[in-house]
Design a protein around this ligand. Structure first.
Ligand code: COA
Ligand code: AMP
Length: 627
């Protein structure tokens, strides 16, 4: 069937469509019902199905004779380690670590927070939770203690799994002190922590609470996969919203397994035995879906890379990994390629390696700019496939579905809606925009399997955030348009969420941190276009009345404060001290106008502005720094 036929079938009769795709999964109890949509917007897929996600990702491939195939290749230039783990070995490690968690009291439905660098044990811990039917909440290593504390409080985990340290380029970053501090800050205190001791920096353990990974598994018995309802949560993954409180996206087991398994072939043209490398981090949705679950559900080999695109040791790092592990499909963020291009614009490092295994380059996480698209296409000679999605959806909403017959590529577009997603461009009045006309990108309910179930313990916030602006539709937060051929063009966020090096950040979180400084009366943060990172945050602060010391020292202190509150990932390096912020008469900060000024774009003075002279003050600041 062609893409068009599959797409129509998926929208015309979603139940029949996904019932067919559910056949690819091993069910403990096959679902008799496909969709329970009795409580919109909370669509529940396969409501009476029972399965185990980890068994689908591991055991069934071993049982089908793939036991000796590589399941996971760990490549870590920062620790000079390479390791291949077969499906049989990974299943056994997961079963044993699940046993270790069970010994610590973890049972179905319990939460486990995972705060780990890019080591195989991170994937083992996630899959072990899935084996038990426990719910993991994996926190990106670049977040600081206060952010980790918020997630510990929200999940109330029986166990936190972490490591003694991460290795970022040439720096060893101790994780354990960050975890200890987070537990000090959180109101909820986990009973146990399991710590992977790494030789680069061993951690001190707290007797009674902390256990080493090695000891935990030494005394554990492997456990069989639990029977898990399709609608039970598999994981919580926090993402940035417009306020400073992160949103805990909840993913289920059944819909997730069906959708991800389907996506590997239909979107990513990846078959069992292929080598798939998502150069991302297990702490982000790309890592959840396409380092851990997707490739393993599909019986492919996944690459887990602990390194950077540049500096570990050079801009040929990605090409080395492709050639050494015969990677067929690479998935990364455009920013990684821009980093490589900056250091090796001619792509000379590719000549040192045999890249003949590579079939496609998939890019997502931020806008794919035409220069990067062209550079990568010319350099690698393979199709460069942009795909657009978000933490909430869990898998691509728009992409060139290679497994359904590739569509011609158009630079600047992630191609067309993926089957299952009835994507619409809505005007402010909620009606459909015409081709070429811009509007809010929305998805008609019900959302397909594998997308967000709700926000953790907050159905109301889920409804309010995504489903009330346009009743009957999920609001993505991005703006865009369709062209005459039905290609989607994504124009970026319509809210105050920013995207820095493919990482989604809330300006609200950064502002809250700045505003906590005793010298600061008010703060605003905007995302300004950046050649390497796509966007970088720029902070504006208004100081309290009275005497203030050296402005440079204050700026430095504010940068350090945000780093300590939010984490290195916040990457807030520029702070401007201003006499006041541009606002509407009702007090709303005019961030979009500030952004236009900071980026040197034309802007209209909003009719709602309280005092237009404030814009001149901001403009003077940027024209001074440009000069
Ligand atoms: N643990 C601890 N710290 C981390 C971290 C982690 N897992 N990941 C990043 N950081 C730190 C970095 O070391 C850096 O610290 P610094 O300010 O002391 O230098 C800071 O967080 C900002 O990181 P980043 O925005 O990644 O910038 P960078 O300069 O280190 O690297 C790129 C720039 C482009 C090379 C890098 O962002 C990259 O490889 N991006 C790939 C895209 C990606 O993975 N996207 C995820 C979604 S697909
Ligand atoms: P996250 O939830 O962290 O994956 O971030 C999702 C957001 O990143 C989306 O809402 C978009 O704003 C942006 N994004 C992701 N992929 C793309 C893409 N291919 N093109 C443009 N923006 C993207």
């Amino acid at each position: 069937m062609s893409y068009e036929q599959v797409f129509s079938a998926s929208i015309g009769d979603p139940e029949a469509y996904w019932a067919g795709n559910a056949e690819a999964i091993d069910w403990i109890r096959k679902p008799a019902r496909v969709l329970d949509n009795s409580r919109p917007p909370f669509a529940r897929w396969f409501p009476d199905g029972v399965l185990n996600t980890a068994a689908n990702a591991l055991d069934r491939h071993v049982d089908a004779g793939r036991g000796e195939q590589a399941a996971l290749i760990y490549d870590s230039p920062v620790t000079d380690t390479k390791k291949t783990i077969s499906y049989r070995e990974l299943r056994d490690q997961v079963a044993r670590f699940a046993g270790a968690l069970a010994r610590l009291g973890v049972v179905k439905g319990d939460r486990v927070v995972i705060y780990m660098p890019m080591v195989p044990e991170a994937a083992v811990a996630m899959l072990a939770c899935a084996r038990l039917g426990a719910i993991h909440s994996t926190v990106f290593g670049g977040f600081a203690s206060p952010e980790l504390a918020v997630r510990i409080d929200a999940a109330a985990p029986k166990v936190v799994v972490s490591a003694s340290c991460g290795v970022e380029g040439s720096r060893v970053l101790p994780y354990k002190p960050l975890l200890d501090r987070a537990i000090e800050l959180s109101s909820y205190k986990p009973e146990h922590c399991v710590i992977l001791q790494r030789p680069q920096a061993e951690a001190e353990l707290q007797a009674g609470r902390d256990h080493t990974w090695a000891d935990s598994v030494a005394y554990a018995e492997p456990v069989p996969p639990a029977e898990v309802a399709a609608t039970d949560p598999l994981y919580i993954l926090y993402t940035s919203g417009t306020t400073s409180t992160p949103k805990g996206v909840v993913r289920d087991n059944g819909g997730h397994a069906v959708a991800l398994c389907w996506s590997m072939e239909a979107i990513f043209d990846t078959q069992p035995g292929d080598v798939f490398w998502a150069a991302s981090d297990v702490g982000w949705v790309v890592g959840h879906s396409y380092i851990v679950y997707g490739p393993l559900l599909a019986g492919a080999t996944t690459v887990l890379y602990e390194g950077k695109p540049v500096g570990t040791p050079d801009p040929g790092a990605f090409w080395r990994v492709i050639s050494e592990h015969k990677v067929n499909n690479l998935f990364t963020a455009p920013t990684a390629l821009r980093a490589i291009k900056k250091e090796d614009p001619e792509g000379t490092h590719t000549r040192r390696y045999d890249l003949s295994s590579l079939r496609h380059l998939f890019l997502a996480g931020e806008r794919l700019d035409p220069d990067t698209y062209q550079w990568a296409s010319d350099l690698l000679g393979v199709p460069v496939i942009d795909n657009w999605w978000q933490t909430e959806t869990g898998w691509p909403v728009a992409a060139n579905c290679l497994g359904l017959g590739a569509q011609p590529l158009k630079a600047g577009s992630p191609t067309k809606p993926v089957p299952g997603y009835d994507v619409r461009i809505l005007k402010e009045d909620g009606t459909d925009a015409a081709p070429g006309e811009e509007g809010a990108i929305a998805i008609r309910e019900p959302l397909p399997p594998g997308t967000l179930q709700t926000l953790w313990q907050d159905d109301e916030r889920c409804k309010r955030s995504y489903f009330t602006t346009y009743p009957g539709y999920y609001l993505t937060g991005d703006g865009g348009r369709f062209d005459q051929d039905g290609y989607l063009f994504v124009l970026g966020r319509m809210d105050d969420v920013i995207n820095v090096a493919g990482h989604r950040l809330s300006t609200g979180t950064l502002e809250e941190s700045l505003a906590r400084d005793p010298e600061v009366a008010e703060a605003a943060v905007i995302g300004v276009a950046d050649e390497l990172k796509g966007q970088v945050p720029v902070g504006f602060v208004v100081l309290k009345a009275g005497e203030h010391g050296d402005p440079e020292a204050l700026r430095k202190a504010l940068v350090a404060r945000v780093r300590a509150d939010v984490g290195a990932v916040a990457a807030l390096k520029q702070i401007e001290i201003v006499p006041r912020l541009p606002k509407t008469r009702s007090g709303k900060i005019l961030r979009a106008t500030m952004r236009a000024i900071a980026e040197g774009r034309e802007y209209k003075v909003p009719s709602t502005i309280d005092d237009p002279a404030v814009l001149d003050e901001i403009a003077a600041l940027f024209s001074a720094s440009a000069a």
